[in-house]
Write a protein that binds this ligand. Sequence first.
Ligand SMILES: Nc1ncnc2c1ncn2[C@@H]1O[C@H](COP(=O)(O)OP(=O)(O)O)[C@@H](O)[C@H]1O
Ligand SMILES: [Mg+2]
Length: 233
Amino acid sequence: MPFVLLNDVCKEYRRDAVGVRAAHKVSFTIERGELVMIVGPSGAGKTTVLNLLGGMDRCDSGEIIVDGVHVDAMSRRALTRYRREDIGFVFQFYNLVQNLTAVENIELATEISKRAASPMKMLQKVGMADRADHFPAQLSGGEQQRVSIARALCKKPKLLLCDEPTGALDFQTGQVVLRLLQQCCREDGMTVVIITHNRALIPMADRVIELSGGKVTSVTMQKNPLPVSEIKW
Ligand SMILES: Nc1ncnc2c1ncn2[C@@H]1O[C@H](COP(=O)(O)OP(=O)(O)O)[C@@H](O)[C@H]1O
Ligand SMILES: [Mg+2]
């Protein structure tokens, strides 16, 4: 059984009388320790699929299985625990709490998780230990994103889900963030899923899932993914 399995997952959003098929019969698998890219144009359903996988939303039909557990059949309480304990989320605009320092932002996340790592250790890991007492407004976009990655990783999640993590960053800081994500995968065995509309990032992935109009149009395995330093965009 694969580490992650989506089977015929459907999700429709209703706006007034009109239904939007955000995900239609989406099926794919992910193996433990893979770096996966979900690519596709704006509106393709990428965020919808990531939110379903991360337990932030529920599918209408189909199966979502993570590490042998049916996420699609979870009670509300189980889904809350799944989000707290098992999923690390990284967003395009970092979503740090503005009146808490870098280290306090991470502590906040560790408080709701059972097997959390030390916040300072996580800041060291992302190269931000010397900025622990700075507020988000005192950090650049790339630095804030590194803190948010430390926050996501501190609970040792089963899956690290990143929705356009470099969408708000310039090339150089984007590269630092992607190198960090690749390192989490290669050195720590983390399973990392990255959403992007930037096709230039595709060569760094083990597995590429293309979405269009709410459907999977292709899944490609790449035997020799490139290190981030060799990718230009
Ligand atoms: N909460 C929602 N309510 C209504 N429509 C939504 C909602 N979320 C997404 N959609 C619609 O579903 C489709 C897929 O959206 P999304 O998953 O955000 O795409 P992507 O992340 O690939 O840009 C779009 O047409 C979008 O407008
Ligand atoms: Mg999106």
